[in-house]
Design a binder for this molecule. Structure first.
Ligand SMILES: [Mn+2]
Length: 305
């Protein structure tokens, strides 16, 4: 007797990489090994899964009783973050790109684990289709999901985490789905529209508020958006009304650079120490490339911790 498989991910929220990986891997398993496999989650999708992707032919399943099931985890390998219903002793497979738990899972002989530094789990899932000789299962809807996961997690293929495998998966998926580069633009535009419905909520929902360095303010926001000019100083003054010292990293996808807005001259001086290459205007530092917030924090701690 085979036990039913449930494909799932983390408990906090689902981003497009997790969402698309769950759905696509379910489709592959359904065809190749387990026609009863389900993919579901108890948490919500975030703004990286806009309506244009939620309304495709492929969706998540409704949660069912997990008694006796085996679990396949994607985009997560730290057991503390697994979806709440996962029994760690019944995990059969892990596919992830976050570092830290490679040895932990390698030591569990009954678990098939693939944890490696690629830009997106969607890249690994695409490769699974190819290895299984089932790339032809990838129709335009599955291709859209997988491409969106890759583009989101690699910041439009420009992040330092982007590998040759991600680039190859992206170009092969475009062919399989008969899609052009326009799809990426449409996708990021749809994400932007989701964020603009509640820009304040989007920024406050992803805020880091703690002192880590004398060169950085207490509140550090980040937003990744196609057109940076939609985030105006007027909006920012409202978003950060409750904070004395603040900054936000506005990553412009269109230009591939960061706009670091902040509260005033003192915060700007700290930022200029960390990013001497940037060009400053009033309470704004514009960088040539984009940085991620974790990089800003790392520099802050190293140079002013
Ligand atoms: Mn991911």
């Amino acid at each position: 007797m085979t036990t039913k498989a449930i494909v799932t991910a983390g408990r906090k929220y689902l981003d497009i990489d997790a969402y698309a990986s769950m759905i696509s891997y379910r489709e592959l398993l359904k065809k190749t090994s387990d026609n009863k496999v389900l993919a579901f989650s108890t948490t919500k999708v975030n703004q990286t899964v806009p309506p244009m992707l939620r309304d495709l032919r492929y969706r998540l399943d409704e949660p069912v009783d997990v008694d006796g099931a085996r679990f396949v985890l994607v985009d997560v390998s730290n057991p503390d973050f697994f979806d709440t219903f996962v029994n760690i002793d019944s995990v059969s497979e892990i596919i992830d790109h976050h570092a830290g738990y490679e040895e932990f899972w390698r030591a569990k002989k009954k678990v098939k684990s693939q944890i490696e530094p690629v830009g997106a789990v969607c890249t690994q899932i695409y490769e699974r289709f190819v290895e299984a000789g089932e790339a032809s299962l990838i129709d335009s809807d599955l291709a859209k999901l997988l491409i969106a996961g890759i583009l989101d997690n690699t910041i439009n293929l420009k992040s330092k985490t982007t590998t040759k495998r991600d680039l190859r998966a992206y170009s092969e998926l475009k062919k399989l789905g008969s899609l052009s580069d326009d799809f990426g633009y449409e996708y990021f535009l749809a994400c932007e529209q989701e964020q603009m419905k509640d820009l304040k909520g989007a920024i406050l929902g992803d805020m880091k508020a703690e002192w880590v360095s004398r060169l950085l303010p207490e509140a550090i926001g980040q937003i990744i958006i196609l057109h940076h000019n939609l985030v105006t100083r007027e909006v920012l003054e409202k978003v950060f009304a409750d904070y004395d010292k603040w900054m936000i990293n506005v990553i412009s996808l269109e230009e591939g650079r960061s706009y670091l807005y902040c509260d005033g001259a003192e915060t700007l001086a700290g930022l200029k120490k960390l990013f001497s290459e940037g060009k400053s205007r009033e309470n704004l530092l514009v960088l040539d490339d984009f940085v991620l917030r974790k990089e800003i924090l790392r520099r802050g701690i190293e140079q002013g911790g």
